[in-house]
Design a protein around this ligand. Structure first.
Ligand SMILES: Cc1cc2nc3c(=O)[nH]c(=O)nc-3n(C[C@H](O)[C@H](O)[C@H](O)COP(=O)(O)OP(=O)(O)OC[C@H]3O[C@@H](n4cnc5c(N)ncnc54)[C@H](O)[C@@H]3O)c2cc1C
Length: 326
């Protein structure tokens, strides 16, 4: 897919339209979708099949870009993250009413119940409905060496990567009030487990005894860093004071997810205490015509959950437009 730079600094145009013969870009559409991960792509598919005009605007910086493989998505278990999105974009090409802009939405204004999105590359597009499938971005703990191994042998989610790490010497890294729940969960995939809570662990006496009974060592010193091989595989967890503990992989208790965009917030959609946008049924927000789906709504919906939300929102949006037009 092309971006403005690749297009030679011209005004943003539909990548599909250009590939189909360079038609001029649209200025209005039924639905703008912000974000081309599984949530946005799935919504675009349902809406395209419902004969709706859709412009999907994606800046191409998904949260799982650091991962080498994605797991647990039916028929695509083990696929590379970008390959999954690329397959979906290829399927969408069948639907002439769906267009794709490689660009970033910077501003959205609402006038008389209609939306107008302004993009980084200077695009301006009006719509009846807007869907934010913009996902989350990580703000990882500042442990030296973490970014070298994150998405390779250190992960946020055992359902995504636990099977690949099964039986290996693992660590739970980080603390928080859900620490015990994390320990129990990761213990499901490996009995060779340590916990490095990077400060005093939020565990009661009974929970500490349970760890001892299972030979799970608890280290409460601050974490000094993570060492890895030249290939980016975790080799050691290093504690304050210099102790190095050999480990092959780890799961973090907290990856610091933040909304990828605050545009819905600026438009008046509130965040809940966990930092996700508050929505009603099928991702509809308190603003008529503005929907939020995927990680932006669930924090970590997973590929299947995000695609499922895209489908549900797509059906709900089309039903609402059918009623409006009747
Ligand atoms: C390291 C890691 C590994 C993971 N592995 C798995 C796995 O194996 N299996 C699994 O099911 N889940 C996995 N996940 C979770 C999964 O990646 C997410 O739950 C899923 O991608 C959410 O989909 P989404 O469509 O909501 O958001 P995303 O996939 O993050 O897509 C959002 C898109 O919106 C774009 N965007 C944001 N703001 C704007 C804007 N203003 N304008 C234009 N575009 C914008 C972003 O650039 C991005 O392309 C993993 C997550 C991480 C962090």
């Amino acid at each position: 897919m092309q971006n403005k730079r690749e297009l030679g600094g011209q005004s943003p145009q539909s990548v599909y339209s250009r590939e189909l013969g360079g038609q001029s870009p649209q200025t209005t559409t039924d639905i703008i979708i912000v974000g081309g991960g599984p949530a946005g792509l799935s919504a675009a598919l349902v809406l395209g099949r419902s004969l709706r005009t859709v412009v999907l605007i994606d800046e191409g910086k998904p949260r799982n870009a650091v991962a080498r493989k994605s797991h647990g998505y039916l028929t695509r278990d083990g696929i590379e993250p970008e390959a999954l999105r690329s397959l979906a974009r290829e399927e969408l090409r069948r639907y002439g009413s769906v267009d794709f802009w490689h660009d970033a939405v910077q501003e959205v204004a609402i006038t008389d119940g209609k939306f107008r999105a302004i993009t980084k590359n200077g695009g301006s597009l009006a719509s009846r409905v807007i869907v934010f499938a913009s996902g989350m971005k990580e703000q990882l703990p500042a442990w030296p060496g973490l970014t070298d191994v994150y998405g390779r042998t250190v992960f946020p989610c055992p359902y995504c990567d636990g099977w690949e790490m099964r039986g290996k010497p693992l660590a739970v890294l980080g603390g928080g009030s859900n620490l015990m729940a994390h320990i129990k969960l990761i213990h499901n995939w490996s009995r060779d487990l340590i916990v490095c809570s990077d400060g005093p662990a939020d565990l009661n006496e009974q929970e500490r005894e349970q760890l001892e009974q299972r030979s799970i060592a608890l280290y409460e010193q601050p974490l000094a860093g993570l060492e890895s091989s030249a290939a980016g595989e975790l080799t050691h967890v290093v504690l304050d004071g210099g102790e190095r503990i050999a480990r092959s992989g780890a799961f973090v208790t907290e990856s610091g997810p933040r909304q990828a965009t605050d545009i819905p917030l600026r438009l008046g959609v509130p965040l809940d205490e966990s930092g996700v946008y508050k929505t009603q049924s099928h991702g509809l927000t308190r603003i008529p015509g503005l929907y939020i789906i995927g990680d932006a709504k669930q924090s970590f919906s997973g590929l299947t959950g995000a695609a499922s939300e895209g489908y549900e929102a797509g059906v709900a949006i089309n039903r609402a437009l059918v009623e409006e037009d009747w």
